[in-house]
Design a protein around this ligand. Structure first.
Ligand SMILES: Cc1cc2nc3c(=O)[nH]c(=O)nc-3n(C[C@H](O)[C@H](O)[C@H](O)COP(=O)(O)OP(=O)(O)OC[C@H]3O[C@@H](n4cnc5c(N)ncnc54)[C@H](O)[C@@H]3O)c2cc1C
Length: 488
């Protein structure tokens, strides 16, 4: 384990006993408790106790205090968690959730900015000083997430740590029966009128409802944590980013004199260059211009660990009596350092939508979906802009994939493939747009048309999707052979 086991272990013991006491109180008060069958009933069950799930719970407690809430988390916050840089803009959200003082008490490492060798060899500073709050943080993520869960418990939210959501079943009248496995592998049955999927990028509940994911890339992060020795050269707490031919590196100081060093690249490249081997990872890290200096006198704590980091979104982020928050709904590139912020914010927005839903609003979930769709489109254009600033390795596959180059001639005539079975195979595609949208593009191409006309027709029905994304999806369908060139 990377983190200080002693500290985390003691902390874990305190949290769990507090959580259990509160859970028992809460469920007994709610009633319908059958100890033999271990069946509990709540208005809202939140699956996943990361930043998004806990923010949903905390905000719901404020906005809809009469609703009974359950927070179900598979872990007991005792192993390493990924994602450590918090930008200054997160402070108002933590204040709004009423956890600002608890956060400050955790003594995470203040961060005053970032520096990047991006677009040139020069390392340039980007100081948070220009932000009104002026300071971000490098987190011990496990401690941060555990603090949010503890605050939820303190507000009488029934918490189930060490309890894994397994399956769900609708039971009529929009009520769910959830099968949960607790720490002792005993089954708990939870009935809820509404379910929040906050299970992170695996979107466990939504996937069980048959909702598919749309992928925008294949980015992965290969992590190594280092322990800094006394005379370490790292004197600042800036996050450092350094681009290279096959991706980019970053390093950040985290609490307990540790530093995270991460190499980001696409999974096919990670495999091709053997980045998961310690020897290769260290060899490549030593070829960096700046990152290597940060860990010159530091020791790696363990072998490289690989974590999915691709941008993705669910085809639908809400349905009948459920919605998804945080990474379960959409994921952002770690380059943005906005994953936790987005998770907290979506939890707060979800709480408004759920409160309105319980008041009888028929449109609150649709509005929530529209807000998240807009946020994701904005994120995509910022992402294209950032990657577009690095032009040193134009022929490298990693960078080419991120330039989102439009190669299709707008006047090119296109039509649906005549190859048997090709058009039907669109079901297994998962890039750029949801399958129904990819199918719609194929439908438009039943009649041969110019590429520009296809895009206009598509946009007439799906106004909110940016032109570039539609064109990239069309190029993708051409590359996959679903759509082909037609004679003039
Ligand atoms: C390489 C990398 C670097 C990153 N760096 C940063 C960064 O510097 N700053 C930043 O803001 N973001 C960063 N992120 C993104 C950030 O980590 C996520 O956006 C954030 O954790 C999302 O919070 P969440 O609550 O939606 O999901 P998660 O944090 O993934 O939480 C999901 C929770 O659900 C629980 N769970 C899962 N399945 C079940 C189940 N079946 N039953 C019960 N519980 C379940 C999990 O145990 C977990 O606690 C990074 C991500 C990666 C991959």
């Amino acid at each position: 384990m990377f983190l200080d086991c002693g500290k985390t272990g003691r902390f874990r013991h305190l949290i769990i006993s507090a959580i259990r006491r509160e859970s028992a109180k809460r469920t007994c008060k709610i009633g319908s408790l059958n100890k033999q069958e271990k069946t509990f009933r709540y208005d809202v069950a939140i699956l996943g106790g990361g930043p998004a799930g806990t923010a949903t719970a905390l905000s719901l407690r404020q906005h809809a205090p009469s609703l009974s809430l359950a927070l179900i988390e598979q872990s007991t916050y005792d192993s390493i968690r990924i994602g450590e840089t918090l930008p200054p803009i997160v402070q108002p959200l933590l204040e709004q959730l009423g956890v600002w003082n608890a956060f400050l008490n955790e003594e995470h490492v203040p961060a005053y900015g970032s520096c990047a060798a991006w677009g040139s060899d020069k390392l340039l500073d980007n100081e948070f000083i220009y932000h009104p709050v002026g300071r971000g943080w490098h987190l011990d993520r496990t401690r941060f997430d555990a603090m949010l869960a503890r605050e939820a418990t303190n507000r009488s939210i029934a918490s189930y740590p060490g309890s894994k959501f397994i399956t769900s079943q609708p039971t009529g009248q929009k009520r769910w029966r959830l099968a949960i496995q607790d720490e002792n592998r005993d089954e708990i049955s939870i009935q809820a009128d509404f379910v929040v999927d906050a299970t992170g990028r695996r979107s466990v509940f939504a996937r069980q409802q048959g909702v598919r994911k749309v992928f925008l890339d294949q980015l992965f992060g290969v992590f190594v944590f280092f322990t800094l020795n006394g005379g370490s050269p790292l004197t600042d707490s800036y996050t450092m980013v350094e681009a290279w031919e096959e991706g980019w590196w970053y390093s950040a100081l985290v609490p307990d004199k540790k530093i995270a060093v991460v190499c980001m690249s696409d999974i096919d490249i990670v495999k091709r260059i053997g980045l998961t081997s310690s020897t290769k990872w260290i060899e490549l890290m030593n070829e960096t211009r700046y990152i290597k200096d940060r860990v010159r006198d530091a020791e790696p704590v363990a072998a490289p660990s690989v974590h999915a980091a691709h941008s993705q979104h669910l085809e639908r982020v809400a349905g009948d009596a459920w919605l998804a928050v945080g990474d379960a709904a959409t994921t952002f590139d770690p380059l943005s350092s906005l994953g936790i912020f987005k998770g907290l914010r979506s939890g707060i927005m979800a709480s408004y939508a759920i409160a309105d839903y319980f008041k009888g609003s028929s449109s609150s979930l649709e509005k929530y979906e529209a807000i998240l769709a807009k946020e994701f489109e904005e994120y995509l254009s910022t992402r294209t802009d950032y990657y577009g600033r690095e032009r040193r390795w134009k022929s490298s596959p990693f960078w080419q994939r991120r330039y989102d180059q439009v190669t299709l001639d707008p006047r090119q005539m296109l039509r649906l493939s005549e190859m048997p079975g090709k058009a039907a195979a669109v079901e297994r595609l998962s890039m750029h747009l949801p399958v129904p949208d990819l199918k719609y593009l194929c439908d438009i191409c039943v009649v041969p048309r110019q590429a520009q006309e296809i895009v206009s027709k598509f946009k007439a029905r799906r106004k909110s999707v940016q032109d570039r994304r539609v064109i990239l999806a069309l190029q993708y369908l051409v590359a996959e052979g679903m759509i082909q060139a037609a004679a003039e």
